[in-house]
Structures are given as structure tokens and as C-alpha cells.
Design a protein around this ligand. Structure first.
Ligand code: BG6
Length: 486
């Protein structure tokens, strides 16, 4: 089994995140026998109940999710005895975590020893909980560790992220703060660093001399679901870009770290993001989905979703061009896009290489298909594919583009993974490599500070499309086009 004994205090234990991500990941860790010895959950939320009642209610929901093919996260072979390992002896504390009193009771319940405090709550509670913990002395480390895990969103813009950070740091050291971004935990995303730095094949050409541009896409088919109230205040840019897409950006573009020490890796990511030239309003396009057809079904527009204002100006799509001002990337455009209710679900990165210097084989050099592409397939298909040219069999020298693809599922056994397993495991082990540092987050917000409050309304796009046409213009004006993702 895993690391040293530890207790996990979950604030928001009755919430969606606990059900959909936290418990399934703990379950997967139990299956892998990677939970700490003497692992114990201390669930905190408002409703009155006992630990056993909380655990069995969540088991009921997990059973429901396991049967529901549309549930994105679940424990497919849910086994009661494994589940019981996770929730065995769970304690439950009911109360209001905006009041000090609950933290005193919490202190009595946990006593001494290693504790992770997990904030599976709305971001407005982060600093309130941290100060409650601090005031009650629960973050003091004395031969044991005390760590807090903070979920996203980390701030609403650069200024508020800085405020939140200083509030957290008033209570805890940086080494105690684990800022989670589930894109760092996904297998295929972690694989980017190995592909780049464990092969000599890629690294020498990973630079401005050979690369024409880079495209990063995270397209989703889901709408805002029941998160209208949250999403209205957030929008696609804040929800996805300074966190998830910039995680991908830093992995694909960072310099090799001097070691795998968390600090070394985090520093390289920060350095990369600090080199991102602040994005200009003219390099940013936002969109909002209108009604449309997706998978043969009519779906409503964003403004008709529950919890959304009928005249909402919140974007559900964001596309941008950015530049990284360093020696490796100077002048190479990076195009990023993300959106909801698009035609397909795909997270991928395309590295588009320059064209050969002249047309030896009589190709039409304006053919947009010319140019090698290395494609990192990240979700839901996971692998790497390379587009290159081959000779079309026959008497003439005819060039034909072909593709060679490696898929994880062909090479490796499929492990159940909701993306949080590695993160929880590392947090228990005290490794911050897969967590965001304050500096990384600050650099990310700084890069988008000029576009977070646009003075232009989002362009409408029909649900089930590829996004607003204006996003195509962003590339077309540079003589480029988005590579199709569906
Ligand atoms: C979350 C966002 O952080 O990431 C969601 O809040 C989004 O809006 C999700 O759907 C995307 O993550 P994944 O793993 O489903 O690609």
C-alpha cells in the first residue's frame, strides 16, 4: 500500500465533485492497493447525518453511476468490499464552514497526525475555510503534515488570484498548498513530457526553425448542464484557459527541467507561461452556442439553459492566438480553442511543421495538407499520430499524405482512471510536481488579463458546429486553418 497514514477531511462531502471525482479516484487507489495505511475520511457538510449514513448514501449513488452509461466518471466494477476500504470508519461532521465553531470540533475530531484538507466546495469558501483552519491551529505541522487541496477556479482574474493566494499563504506555507488541476493528472497529458524528453526524435525539431505553428483544442459536446449559475459568472475563457489549456501549453512548450523534482518542473512551466506575450483583444474570439442539432437531437441554446440569463453575454467558446517570447518559440503562433456543444469531443495538440523548402515532387506548395503534423491525442482517444508524405504506389512520383498512429489502448492495459488518482496519491506522498504553483497561476492570469473583460459580445454558433466562423478568421488572416478534430 501507499504512503504514511493520513486522514482526508472533505469539505463539501455531499457535493458533486466528491461523488463524481473524489470517491471514484479513492476507489481506484484502493483497487491498486495504494491508499495509505489507516486511511480515514472525515466528511464535512451541512446536512445532519452520521458517517455511516454519508458513506452508504454515496455508495448508493456510486451504484447508480455504475449502471448509468452516460455517467462520465464511475467505478465500473463497483465492489462493496473495496468501497468499504475507502469509507470504513468514515466520520461525519455537520456544520457551517463559514462559522468558527466547526473548526474547533474538527480539531477535536482529528487530533494530531497527518491530514489533508480537501476543499470540494465553491471557490468563494476557499479562503474562509483556510482561515478557519488556521485560526483553530489545524495547519500547524508538528512532526506530521497538514496539507490543503484547493480546487479551481483559483481566482476570477489576476487581481483576485493574487488576493486569494495571499489569503491562503497567510495560513499555510506554499509547501502545504496543493492547487489542483485535473488536466495535470490525466495519463495522456503526463505522457507529453515523456514523449518530449525521453526521445531524441522530437526534441531537436521542437522549435521555431521547424515548427510553423501549434494548435491546442479542447472541444466538448456537453452544454453547461446544471452548472448555469456557476458558468454564468465564469465563462469558457476562465473555466478552461488559464488552467487546463495552459497546462497543455506549458507541457508542450516548456524547456526540459533539470530534474523531476517538483520545484524544477514547476519552475520551467512558470518560466514558459511568463514568456507568453499578453494576449491582445484582436487575437481573441469568443462565442456562445445557440440552439442546434447534436448527435441527431435538438439541443437548446445556452440562453435557454437552466440558471442562465435570457440575454446572457457569457462565452461558451474561446479561441485565441498567442506568442511565446523566448528563443525556442519566438514568432511561432499558438492557436488555442475550447468550447461547449461543439460537433465532437476531442482534446488534442497539433504541432504543424513547416513545408519543405521547395517542391521537388511537383506538389502544389499551397496545398494546406502539405507539412508534417505531430498530433497528441489526449482525450477521449489517447495516443500520438504523425502525418507525413509517402510515395503513392505507381509509375509516377506522386506524393500522398499518410498517417502513423500510436494508441495507448493498443499498447497498454486499460486502467480505470478518472484523472484524480495520481493527484491524490502524490498529495498523500507530498509531491507537488502535478500541482500548480502560485507563480504558474499568476503567470497564466497575467497572459489573459487583457481579454478577460472583453468589450465585444460573443458570436453565436449553432450547437453541433465547429464554433463561430470568426474563429476561422483568426487563422485565415495568417494564411492558416484549424485542423479538423472530428
Ligand atoms: C472542468 C470545467 O474544469 O473541466 C468543465 O469546469 C469542463 O466546464 C471540464 O467540462 C473538462 O474536463 P474534461 O476532463 O471533461 O475534458
Amino acid at each position: 500500500s501507499g504512503s504514511q497514514p493520513c486522514k482526508l477531511v472533505i469539505f463539501g462531502a455531499g457535493g458533486d465533485l466528491t461523488r463524481r471525482l473524489l470517491l471514484p479516484s479513492l476507489y481506484d487507489l484502493a483497487v491498486a492497493d495504494a491508499l495509505p495505511t489507516d486511511f480515514q475520511i472525515l466528511a464535512v457538510d451541512r446536512p445532519e447525518q452520521t458517517g455511516a449514513e454519508w458513506a452508504s448514501r454515496l455508495f448508493g449513488l456510486a451504484e447508480q453511476d455504475a449502471k448509468d452509461p452516460s455517467a462520465e466518471f464511475s467505478c465500473p466494477n463497483l465492489d462493496r468490499s473495496v468501497w468499504d476500504k475507502v469509507t470504513a470508519g468514515a466520520a461525519y461532521l455537520s456544520g457551517d464552514f463559514t462559522q468558527n465553531e466547526i473548526f474547533d470540533r474538527l480539531g477535536e475530531a482529528i487530533g494530531t497526525g497527518n491530514v489533508i484538507f480537501y476543499m470540494a466546495v465553491a471557490s468563494r469558501f476557499f479562503s474562509r475555510i483556510a482561515s478557519g483552519l488556521g485560526r483553530a491551529g489545524l495547519l500547524r505541522e508538528d512532526g506530521y503534515f497538514r496539507r490543503i487541496v484547493v480546487e479551481k477556479p483559483f481566482g476570477h482574474d489576476l487581481a483576485s488570484a493574487r488576493v486569494l493566494d495571499s489569503e491562503l499563504r497567510a495560513q499555510a506555507q506554499e509547501s502545504q498548498i496543493y492547487r489542483i488541476d485535473h488536466f495535470l493528472g490525466k495519463e495522456a497529458n503526463q505522457g507529453i513530457m515523456i514523449a518530449r524528453f525521453s526521445n531524441v526524435l522530437f526534441e531537436p525539431i521542437w522549435r521555431r526553425e521547424y515548427i510553423d505553428h501549434v494548435q491546442i483544442t479542447a472541444s466538448e459536446t456537453i452544454g453547461v448542464e446544471k452548472r448555469g449559475a456557476f458558468y454564468e459568472r465564469t465563462g469558457a475563457l476562465r473555466d478552461m484557459v488559464p488552467n487546463h489549456l495552459f497546462v497543455l501549453l506549458s507541457l508542450i512548450a516548456m524547456e526540459p527541467p533539470s530534474s523531476l523534482a517538483a520545484e524544477a518542473v514547476r519552475q520551467e512551466k512558470t518560466r514558459l507561461l511568463q514568456a507568453v506575450r499578453p494576449i491582445l483583444p484582436e487575437d481573441y474570439v469568443s462565442g456562445q452556442y445557440a440552439e442546434g442539432v447534436l448527435n441527431n437531437a435538438d439541443v437548446p441554446g445556452y440562453r435557454n439553459e437552466p440558471g442562465v440569463a435570457p440575454d446572457s453575454q457569457t462565452e461558451t467558446y474561446a479561441a485565441m492566438r498567442l506568442f511565446i517570447d523566448n528563443w525556442r518559440w519566438g514568432g511561432v503562433p499558438f492557436y488555442l480553442r475550447t468550447g461547449k456543444r461543439l460537433s465532437g469531443r476531442r482534446t488534442e495538440i497539433n504541432i504543424v511543421f513547416k513545408k519543405p523548402p521547395y517542391a521537388l515532387f511537383n506538389q502544389d506548395m499551397n496545398d494546406p495538407r502539405i507539412g508534417n503534423v505531430i498530433r497528441f491525442l489526449l482525450d477521449p482517444v489517447r495516443g500520438v499520430s504523425i502525418d507525413f508524405d509517402a510515395k503513392q504506389p505507381g509509375l509516377e512520383e506522386v506524393v500522398s499524405p499518410v498517417r502513423s498512429t500510436f494508441l495507448y489502448d493498443d499498447f497498454f492495459r486499460k486502467e480505470p482512471n478518472v484523472g484524480y488518482e495520481a493527484l491524490l496519491h502524490d498529495c498523500m506522498a507530498g509531491n507537488q510536481m502535478l500541482f500548480q504553483s502560485a507563480e504558474t497561476i499568476e503567470a497564466s492570469w497575467a497572459a489573459i488579463d487583457g481579454i478577460v473583460n472583453p468589450d465585444r459580445a460573443p458570436f453565436l454558433y449553432p450547437a453541433g458546429s465547429q464554433g463561430p466562423e470568426e474563429a476561422d478568421t483568426l487563422l485565415a488572416r495568417d494564411g492558416r486553418r484549424w485542423l479538423s478534430v472530428t
